[in-house]
Design a binder for this molecule. Structure first.
Ligand code: NAD
Length: 488
């Protein structure tokens, strides 16, 4: 209740004046009209939001282009200081960010309160990299002194999805700014609130006007226009795989550099020799936290046949105890799904599973009739050819598939169009080494859930993405290598 009171305080201004675009340090109503953003908790209208069109994107891209030279040339120490101030601003408003995010997306407070702080960590981490970002190499040859330097690519577009939208935006925007790029951000239409808070914090921290611009709106108009704009040199995109291929086509005429973090159907493989207590905790955490609306969720459990029955029955017991409820209640583990459309998609798999011959061992039901709540769900007696094993459901829904041998586990794990993450539970080190070598995934954790370490590469293979984030990999995307040869 305390949280609801605080939330209402924060929402009042959005309800009064709606959410406008922020371009070159000023509010813009734009030319595309407005849309309403709804809360998935009770389907109520939160506020009106400006619906960006190609004209708004053009203004924002021009602002980012105009602001680029001065931002690029600002001394690194000064840029670093601004990024640190942004991190401090996020920390100061972390509660507001988390409350708004919970209400906008349906994600539970217990996870979103941490996600806001992770946004600040992203800015701090990349602030620390600013001074070295442009360092190059000296590569001597017989007749030349060869020098490489690295320069920011120019104004970039950042397009983000609705699951943990604040944290994901910082994950793109912080390295882009650290590299010396300027940014036009197009947040997801389903979760516009916290992107507005981020641009306010950045401006209060001293980020010059036009360095970060936010255009709200839909993918098919604002998003598409951003990917087609000639002044935008690169697009950092997080979202669905099929949207990634649309962006590739849209960006072809202007030869856009693209970086894609896309969908997943990630396996968690549990061998009979694993620490089964820890494995059980991790299996539950990686699919039933954050509403299962996370790209790195382990949505396929591959379980050795000798431990299947015991493991599944303990899993069912735990899944049935997960608390579904109001996202602002600190005890809640799962809140409502983001939207009517997504709710329809996720719940459609309840029948798909049954029709394909799987068993609904837990959940498989809608909860209440005021918001988009469902019970956490476990499908058993499944095989990897079923749709519930092949398609990204993106909800608190786990499909359990037995395997008989290491070879079969590997074959099932790799038998999907995706390749983002994989999780392996075994105490046999040589098996782990053999297995991780052959797994088709950009990121693999052995005897661990997903623990993000910012200097490591983050990204997927196959339909899960192109490119890597994290550490210096982020700068590889937002910067260009330059070679200079001096005759000696
Ligand atoms: P989505 O692809 O529908 O939308 C993502 C963003 O793209 C939104 O801002 C949307 O407006 C915009 N968009 C849509 N069509 C566009 C177009 N034609 N041109 C330009 N922009 C367009 O994805 P979503 O449903 O918002 O998010 C869920 C998806 O994101 C899941 O597939 C999930 O796995 C993925 N995801 C991946 C990662 C990762 O790191 N790999 C992280 C989080 C989410």
């Amino acid at each position: 209740e305390q949280n609801i009171e605080k939330l209402n305080g924060h929402l009042a201004r959005f309800q009064r004046s709606g959410i406008l675009h922020r371009i070159a340090g000023a509010d813009h109503a734009g030319g595309g009209g407005v849309f309403e953003t709804l809360s998935p908790v009770d389907k109520s209208t939160i506020c009106q939001v400006a619906r960006g069109d190609a004209g708004d994107i053009d203004k924002a891209a021009k602002a980012a282009k105009a602001a680029f030279p001065a931002w690029r040339d600002m001394p690194a120490k000064q840029r670093k200081a601004i990024l640190i101030k942004i991190a401090e601003g996020i920390e100061a408003r972390a509660e507001e960010i988390a409350l708004c995010e919970c209400w906008d997306t349906g994600q539970a407070w217990r996870f979103m309160s941490k996600a806001a702080i992770r946004g600040a960590e992203n800015f701090r981490y990349f602030a620390d990299q600013v001074e070295a970002a442009r360092d190059g190499q000296h590569l001597q040859s017989a007749t030349l002194m060869n020098i490489t330097t690295r320069v920011p690519i120019g104004p970039v577009g950042v397009i983000t999805p609705w699951n943990t939208p604040f944290m994901l935006s910082t994950w793109k925007i912080a390295p882009a700014l650290a590299a010396g790029c300027t940014v036009v951000h197009k947040p997801a239409e389903a979760s516009p609130l916290t992107a507005r808070i981020l641009v306010e914090i950045a401006e209060e921290a001293g980020l010059p006007p036009g360095v970060l611009n936010t255009v709200q709106g839909y993918g098919e108009d604002a998003g598409k226009a951003l990917t087609e704009h000639p002044d935008i040199k690169a697009i950092a995109f997080v979202g669905e795989s099929r949207t990634g291929s649309m962006i590739t086509k849209q960006g072809a005429d202007t030869l856009k550099r693209t970086h894609f973090e896309l969908g997943g159907k990630n396996p968690v493989i549990v061998f009979e020799d694993a620490d089964l207590e820890r494995a059980l905790d991790a299996v539950i955490f990686m699919i039933y936290s954050i509403n299962g609306e996370r790209c790195t969720s382990s949505s396929r459990l591959l379980i050795h046949e000798t431990i299947k029955d015991a493991f599944e029955s303990r899993l069912i017991e735990r899944v049935n105890k997960i608390k579904v409820g109001h996202p602002l209640d600190p005890a809640t583990e799962i809140g409502p799904l983001i939207s009517e459309e997504h709710f329809a998609k996720v719940t459609s798999y309840f029948d798909i599973a049954k029709n394909d011959g799987a068993q609904v061992a837990a959940g498989g039901e809608v909860l209440g009739d005021t918001g988009y709540f469902i019970r956490p769900t476990l499908f058993t007696q499944a095989n990897n050819a079923m749709r519930i094993a092949q398609e990204e459901i993106f909800g608190p829904v786990l499909t359990s598939i037995p395997f008989a041998s290491e070879d079969q586990a590997l074959q099932i794990a790799n038998d999907t169009p995706y390749g983002l993450t994989a999780y392996l539970w075994t105490n046999d080190l040589t098996r782990a080494l053999r297995f991780t070598d052959k797994l088709e995934a950009g990121m693999i954790w052995v005897n661990s859930e997903n623990v993000r370490h910012l200097p490591t590469p983050f990204g997927g293979v196959k339909a899960s993405g192109i490119g890597r984030d994290g550490g210096d990999w982020s700068f590889e995307f937002y910067m260009e290598q330059k070679h200079i040869g001096f005759a000696t």
